[in-house]
Design a protein around this ligand. Structure first.
Ligand SMILES: Nc1ncnc2c1ncn2[C@@H]1O[C@H](COP(=O)(O)OP(=O)(O)OP(=O)(O)O)[C@@H](O)[C@H]1O
Length: 287
């Protein structure tokens, strides 16, 4: 669907994307991870034709390097920072409907589930809404139509926990859609994706089509060594059925293969305590 070939973007001569090469196929549901400043947003902006760049971005193999309006219209994008739109929300929804083929009834239903009343906010200028309300409207617009690819840049950052859970459900209901989701909460988006791409300093450092390989009923054996005992960590791991040594510094146990990312997401919270971690590559069956 999209082929990115040696994409380089410089700001003030500094390469923020550095010969990045990647292809995205229909049906890919990608979690894009990487530390602050890794280049995720810049990649999206290049994909969407908002930045000039070196290298090529091709859609559907048609004239690599060319992006016509038609190709871009097939992408729904929810930015990390909502644009400062002065137009009333009702007008924005009208544009989505008439200009981008969004379905009014579907948007209404999505907004309701996200916990925002469209009738109540339709007269208000978009930029006057709260951060979470803006995000809910942008998600409503993005999910209110049948885009070929949905790109979300930290979509749940401003959402309250209830809306975040609904948002994840809404995405899970679109199992067949292609998605590219930048998130610092891998554990949250892991159940939605079939591919994880990690960026570091403008390059792809990991590209793993993992989830489809993971079969229900397979486990990986993990061993974690801490620099010091830590009661909250021990409690969290006991919930996963892990055993601890007497000193409370070495933990071993099974990780359901399909939950690998959720498990690693949990460990990430205790990163500074972890001295070593091993996770068997070969899944084993536990009866
Ligand atoms: N318009 C710009 N002008 C100059 N530098 C920029 C511009 N936009 C981004 N950068 C720089 O490019 C680098 C990558 O930024 P980018 O927003 O793509 O990172 P990111 O991976 O999305 O980060 P985060 O996880 O914090 O959202 C950063 O060092 C940032 O300061």
């Amino acid at each position: 669907m999209i082929t990115i070939d040696r994409l380089t973007k410089r700001f003030d001569r500094r390469a923020v994307l550095d010969e990045l090469t990647l292809s995205i196929a229909a049906g890919d549901r990608i979690a894009l991870i990487g530390s602050n400043g890794a280049g995720k947003t810049t990649l999206f902006r290049c994909l969407l034709g908002q930045y000039r760049h070196d290298g090529r971005v091709g859609f559907d193999g048609a004239g690599a390097g060319r992006r016509d309006a038609g190709a871009l219209a097939r992408i729904a994008f929810v930015p990390q920072l909502p644009p400062p739109l002065r137009m009333p929300v009702g007008e924005l929804l009208g544009f989505a409907e008439k200009g981008a083929g969004a379905d009014r009834a579907l948007m209404q239903a999505i907004a309701e589930r996200m916990g925002i009343d469209l009738d109540e906010v339709k007269k208000r200028p978009f930029y006057r809404l709260s951060g979470g309300q803006k995000q809910k409207i942008l998600v409503t617009v993005a999910l209110g139509r049948n885009a070929d690819l949905m790109i979300f840049d930290e979509p749940s950052a401003n959402l309250d926990p209830a809306a975040r859970a609904v948002f994840i459900d809404l995405l899970a209901e679109r199992r067949d859609a292609s998605m590219l989701i930048a998130s610092h909460r891998l554990e949250e988006v892991a159940p939605l994706v079939n591919r994880v791409i990690e960026m570091d300093r403008g390059r792809v450092v990991l590209d793993d089509a993992v989830m489809d390989r993971l079969k229900a009923g397979e486990f990986r054996r993990a061993e974690i060594v801490l620099s010091a005992p830590h009661a909250p960590f021990a409690l969290a791991l006991s919930g996963w059925g892990f055993e601890a040594n007497g000193a409370g510094t070495r933990f071993t146990g099974p990780v359901p293969a399909a939950e690998t990312f959720r498990f690693l997401g949990l460990l990430a919270r205790y990163g500074s305590l972890i001295e070593s971690l091993s996770l068997d590559q070969q899944p084993e069956r536990v009866n």
